[in-house]
Design a binder for this molecule. Sequence first.
Ligand code: NDP
Length: 331
Amino acid sequence: SREIRLAARPVGEPRPDTFEIGRSRVPQPGEGQVVVRNTWMSVDPYMREWMKEEVSYARPYEVGAPLFGSAVGEVVASRAGAVPVGSLVSHFLGWREYALLDAADATVLDGTLAPAEAYLGPLGTTGLTAYATVTRVAPVKPGDVVWVSAAAGAVGSIAGQIARKLGAARVIGSAGGPDKAKKLITDFGFDAALDHKAGPIAGQLAEAAPDGIDVYVDNVGGDHLRAAIGALRDHGRIGMVGAISSYNATEPVPGPDNLFTLAAKNATLRGMLINFYLDLFPEWIERGATWIADGSLHYEQTVVDGIERAPEAFLGVLSGANTGKMLVRLG
Ligand code: NDP
């Protein structure tokens, strides 16, 4: 069974030699355990954070050890009655072809609701992050003007559509490059699209939302967050979901210098870590799967084939090679 290990902690941008491919025996299950043949694995921006020596909210990856993260697959050996051979499951031992798990660490999925890999995208933690942010962290109310950054990505593409379903009057998305910007409007239903590669984001936002914004879903940080604070209306809400613009930074990044104006606007900027919202999963799966089935929630995925290309997929998600959820197909 092949697995991808962390060869060295990256400084700045991870490179192909950040990773190494290794082999291990296909494991046998002990009592209460299952073996899963992974068919899809997720590559996520947070994995860049976990490559650092210290992470505030998680266990960092170890040099020389396999990476881990979300995956789905089929149970091929089981010594656990609740999770028989043939079950479709999700779990957290991706980056390898075969995973040995305690049955309690595997979630059995309903393969009839959606394709297996959707449980790594819209019906996985990225979809749930979108849902939790616009319903709880920075709730969208009818009539709101909403801006979502990294809007062609896994979290952003779903967040914008849910904001619309919650009654937003105008939903603005931003992404990198003209193709993604166009797609925001034609495929993901945004009213306006900003291209962060085309010029300063603050000026583009002012044009798209001349009267300001009520809600900002921040996946990017830095200049995007600064622009959002500037454009925020009184009582505005910001969900601080991610700061991908700084994940590869080697120096402390300058923060927004206008944070305090939030006070004057009685605005809310609230941090979000998906671990605190897992109770929303059943509700989100029910609503999300219904919307996917009736065609009113559009999701996309960018697929890279083969575990040996997982590092390339991961580097791609950091630089914007993906639209929607970036996935690695192993099966
Ligand atoms: P995406 O699918 O959105 O992929 C990342 C995207 O970020 C790229 O496609 C790229 O899109 C964009 N990007 C990269 N660098 C920059 C930059 N300098 N400025 C602007 N955009 C940039 O990833 P996810 O949907 O998985 O994650 C989105 C964000 O949400 C991340 O910051 C992630 O860490 C965070 N997150 C947080 C969670 C939480 O619990 N708080 C849970 C899940 C995700 P483009 O081509 O448009 O530039």
